[in-house]
Design a protein around this ligand. Structure first.
Ligand code: HEC
Length: 157
């Protein structure tokens, strides 16, 4: 009788241990799967199309001057909507956000005297925000690749 009881205890202990390790195994497998899914998502979003980053940078930095609708303030900050620079010379736009611009330009017949200070520090950020503004506010002005953007020299600050 005592033996039977012992055997039962050992058996149920073994069951508990195996259940616990089984549950743990499942949890690990789930964590592993989540990790793999996150990596897959991260790999899918290239900096060229990272509109989440692009929007974040726009809302933190550009919005103060170029306004929420991208239309700027005539005579002070040019509109990014239908911008010839964005359409025709994205490398210049990348240069502008990385290194700033001294100003004193006439854009679409309007004089802009104020300089634009440098806004971002990396090629990834520059590409994300330039492609974002080129494809928002009704714009359909194309994309620049990260590889192309690397042709711009980032000036020391
Ligand atoms: C402090 C104000 C200010 C901020 C902030 C600012 N800009 Fe500008 N931006 C200007 C001014 C002024 C000009 C026009 C003068 C010039 O180009 O030098 C300009 C011009 C531009 C142009 C050229 C437009 C054209 O058609 O020639 C682009 C593109 C641009 N800005 C993008 C951005 C982006 C993207 C950001 C945010 C990462 C940004 N700017 C932040 C003031 C600003």
């Amino acid at each position: 009788m005592k033996m039977n009881y012992m055997r039962l205890t050992v058996a149920s202990l073994a069951l508990v241990v195996s259940l616990a390790s089984c549950g743990g195994g499942q949890q690990n497998a789930q964590q592993e799967q989540t990790k793999q899914e996150e990596t897959a998502v991260a790999e899918k979003v290239s900096p060229e199309k990272d509109f989440v980053l692009g929007a974040k940078i726009f809302n933190e930095k550009c919005i103060a001057c170029h306004q929420a609708n991208g239309q700027g303030i005539p005579g002070a900050f040019p509109s990014l909507v239908d911008s010839d620079l964005l359409r025709e010379d994205k490398l210049a736009a990348i240069h502008q956000v990385l290194n700033g611009d001294p100003g004193g330009k006439v854009i679409k017949g309007v004089q802009y005297n104020a300089p634009m200070p440098p806004q971002v520090e990396t090629y990834e950020e520059a590409v994300a925000v330039i492609n974002y503004v080129s494809n928002h506010f009704g714009n359909d002005l194309g994309y620049i690749s990260l590889e192309e953007a690397r042709k711009v020299t980032i000036n020391p600050r």
